[in-house]
Ligand binder design. Sequence first.
Ligand code: 3PG
Length: 306
Amino acid sequence: MKVLIATQKPFSAAAVAGIKDIITSNGHEVAVLEKYPEQSDLVAAVADAEALIIRSDKVTAEVLDAAKKLKIVVRAGAGFDNVDLAAATAHGVVVMNTPGQNSNAVAELALAMMIFMARTQFTPATGSEVMGKRLGVQAYGNVGRLVGQKAKALGMDIIALDPFLTDEQIVAGGAKPVHSVEELYSNSDYLSIHIPALPATIKSIGYDLITKMPKGAVLVNTARKEVIDEEGLMKALEERPDLRYVTDVMPDNYEALREKFGLRVFATPKKMGAQTAEANMNAGLAAARQICDFFATGNTRFQVNK
Ligand code: 3PG
């Protein structure tokens, strides 16, 4: 079988070598398409691929139409909003993710971003400490739980909202449960977002929620830019000069935000939450193993388009 690794933002060389090793030692072939400038490059490259390993690369209906032999796509990472699941299902293509494999990298970045903002973006201005502050975690899954547990070690008080977990599960994960977004936002000095981009969550965080946050609060987004209502964010920051926003997913209106609010906002130029040697290795190798296992035994654990 031919496995294509298609990554606009490449894995580390060591991770690529590890992926190739797993695939070839299982009797399959590997092709690599990295840093491709156009979506049409991906469309052309998938023509003879039977399996595809991607990161945030866009697997659209056009890609799936062109991939006549494709049987499986593994998103090496957690969020799969970049894959057209309905089109994949219609083409009989199995889609999987690799949950948990890059969570630690994202959690560490969320904490780093909190401290970066607490210390006024590493400028000499007097900053503050995170110890003793309350952190709200929106979705207490693989990443959220790690953020909560690490922040607790820094002396923060953790509250979490997760409609898919029981109170007992949230408590066992080291946080105090809250039961509405309003309660979460009203009580969080720092608010770390870990919800996926879904029709129900897109633009769900806007003016009303953001302005509920306490004085001096910081909103931290290492999830997806789509979950923020950017106009609402702009209005909230205008009305509340005490609020700040830091994100690993550059907003469309970042230039305007930065011009208006200076050091109160910060966005990384390119999504870097999962961009560590360890996360590349964990997620990349997991993707390769899942593909080989799927071809060898039909294992569809981690399939997300069931
Ligand atoms: C994920 O959903 O796993 C993260 O957003 C990482 O995305 P990336 O692989 O494009 O860095």
